[in-house]
Design a protein. Structure first.
Length: 579
């Protein structure tokens, strides 16, 4: 019993390890190690994918490439980019439209382009489009000539045409260019011709940009302000009609950036109706018309003389008698006394004194001053239509120098005059003009053409002219307008035509801290009741500026303040002296 119990007790007390236990524990460690390796591989794969994505993004950023759009995204884009004013107001848009077209090939098997007679179809089309000429439409249909019958029809009109049941009357869905502001800023914008692109204006300038798929998502902002543009066109039209003028032009220019806030040429045209046949009145008087702008040049001559040290003492008396030069004699419009100082000469717009100032300045220095102001080349602007100045060739003679000094013998565009006045009042810096809205950090530095002290003195003199001289009708209370009139006979075959004037006024405001230049030109005004039967700028162009400035000032951030002005007390004394 005991011998048998001992081994049994030993067997019970000693644990029994099943076969294969030790190998099972090694497999678990191996599986755990394998899982860890797989996790590491997975993490490594994600890291590699992330690295590749980052490298791709970086490469796209460095190369300036945009992600590829899908065909659906391309289809949703307008066919041509939008143009807006500086505040985002739409000026030109592309939108889907329907057209009416005759396609005789659709009925070629029948031998006739139409199921019914042309006269019957023309009568039914007349019921849909009351403005058409029924007889002309009947002849057009009878001719069987393929082509457009109308370029723009409404969806409901398209449905009614479809209901006529004429297979040859096709209604293609197209993209049309629409100008929601109508004729406003027409010469700035231009127009678009189907399959040809932009014509004149910024539509032509921006053709590649507006039609490129990558540029159609963001509108192009121009520098103009539609509110100021509307006011300018309204006042120009009022002044033109009041004097029965041939046309008019106007510019509002930011003196510190060169941005054109408004630009107009009248009569205007409607870009919505212009097509392949073109449009009337597309000539832009503001940038393409060249004129002798008369006495508006006198302040520029005086500024050049002050800058050169020729005019140091504004109280100096200059001979005001007629100036004999070769076979010519330079005279004033009326007797102004035996002598005058420079402030008096500007207030009374004396040709003789200005000619003598130019003579003392000399041909080379005045010529150089005009070249610095860009008067010898086409105006600096994006528009394709830019007039070439009629610049005196070779070295200037004495008579050429004198006549240019008071605004004759040199023909330029109104835009030339605007940029020159901006340089004269902004501290002496000339900048090119632009129709593109500028980022404040990208305003061109420009180049110095006048000393800052000269510019300061000219602001006083221009303000004085508006208060006491020929520019009084341009003065707007609270806006401290300063400027100069110019009335010049038109040059023609055999000399100047005394019955045809170009009347202009060049101004800036507010003169204590100039922000904007305004130039107005009226082409061939007539003496009417509205102008007191006068044709000169004091009665035709200056009043336009006087009405315009109070309208656009608040829009452009200039509030009237009748408690501020330019100190011209020393000049007032000189003007009163001897009178």
């Amino acid at each position: 019993m005991n011998t048998l119990a001992a081994p049994l007790a030993a067997r019970v007390a000693t644990p029994v390890i099943p076969a294969g236990r030790l190998p099972s524990m090694g497999l678990r460690a191996q599986l755990l190690w394998t899982a860890r390796v797989r996790v590491l591989w997975l993490l490594g794969g994600f890291a590699l994918i992330a690295l590749i994505a980052l490298l791709r993004i970086a490469s796209l950023g460095l190369a300036g490439q945009a992600p590829q759009r899908t065909s659906l995204e391309d289809a949703l884009l307008p066919s041509r980019g939008e143009i807006t004013d500086r505040n985002g107001a739409p000026l030109a848009r592309a939108f889907p439209a329907y057209a009416l077209r005759l396609n005789p090939e659709a009925m070629k098997d029948s031998g006739s382009p139409l199921v019914r007679s042309p006269a019957e179809i023309a009568r039914e089309l007349k019921a849909i489009f009351p403005d058409i000429d029924e007889a002309r439409m009947a002849r057009r249909l009878a001719s069987g000539r393929a082509g457009y019958l109308r370029r723009r029809i409404l969806p409901e009109e398209a449905n009614r045409v479809f209901g006529l049941g004429e297979i040859a009357l096709e209604i293609p869905r197209e993209t049309d260019r629409y100008y929601p502001q109508g004729t406003l800023a027409a010469h700035v914008l231009g127009y678009v011709v189907e399959d040809e692109g932009g014509k004149i204006g910024m539509e032509e300038v921006l053709q590649k940009h507006l039609s490129h798929p990558d540029s159609r998502m963001e509108p192009v902002a121009l520098s103009i302000d539609v509110r100021a543009q509307g006011a300018l066109e309204d006042e120009l039209r009022r002044g033109m009609l009041a004097t029965n003028a041939l046309g008019a032009a106007g510019i509002v220019l930011d003196v510190d950036t060169g941005e054109v806030m408004a630009m107009a040429s009248l009569p205007e045209f409607d870009p919505n109706t212009a097509g392949a046949a073109g449009a009337t009145n597309v000539f832009n008087r503001a940038t393409n018309g060249v004129y002798e702008l008369g006495s508006t040049f006198k302040p520029l001559t005086v500024a050049a003389a002050i800058d050169a040290g020729v005019v140091r003492d504004l109280g100096r008396q200059w001979n005001a008698a007629p100036v004999p030069v070769g076979s010519r004699t330079i005279k004033d419009s009326h007797a102004m006394g035996a002598s005058m100082n420079v402030p008096q000469a500007l207030v009374h717009s004396s040709n003789t004194v200005t000619a003598r100032v130019a003579d003392e300045l000399g041909p080379e220095r005045l010529r150089r001053a005009m070249m610095d102001l860009g008067m010898d080349r086409r105006p600096f602007i994006e528009l394709p239509g830019k007039g070439r100045p009629l610049w005196p060739k070779g070295n200037w003679s004495r008579v050429t120098n004198m006549t240019v000094g008071f605004g004759h013998g040199l023909s330029v565009t109104p835009l030339h005059l605007a940029t020159a006045y901006a340089a004269m009042v902004n501290g002496g810096i000339w900048r090119p003009s632009t129709l593109m809205k500028l980022d404040p950090t990208k305003v061109p530095r420009g180049r110095r053409v006048f000393k800052e002290s000269t510019s300061s003195r000219m602001r006083q003199l221009l303000r004085m002219i508006s208060l006491y001289g020929t520019g009084r009708n341009a003065d707007a209370p609270g806006y401290r307008v300063g400027g100069k009139t110019g009335s010049a006979e038109k040059a023609g075959v055999g000399g100047y035509n005394k019955t045809k004037l170009v009347s202009s006024f060049a101004a800036a405001f507010p003169m204590d801290a100039p922000r904007y230049v305004v130039v107005v030109v009226v082409d061939e005004p007539k003496g009417t009741i509205a102008s007191s039967f006068q044709r000169t700028a004091a009665f035709t162009s200056a009043p336009i500026v006087g009405r315009l400035v109070p309208r656009i000032g608040p829009m452009l951030g200039v509030q009237p303040d009748e408690n501020r002005d330019v100190d011209i007390s020393d000049l007032r004394y000189l003007v009163d002296k001897g009178e």
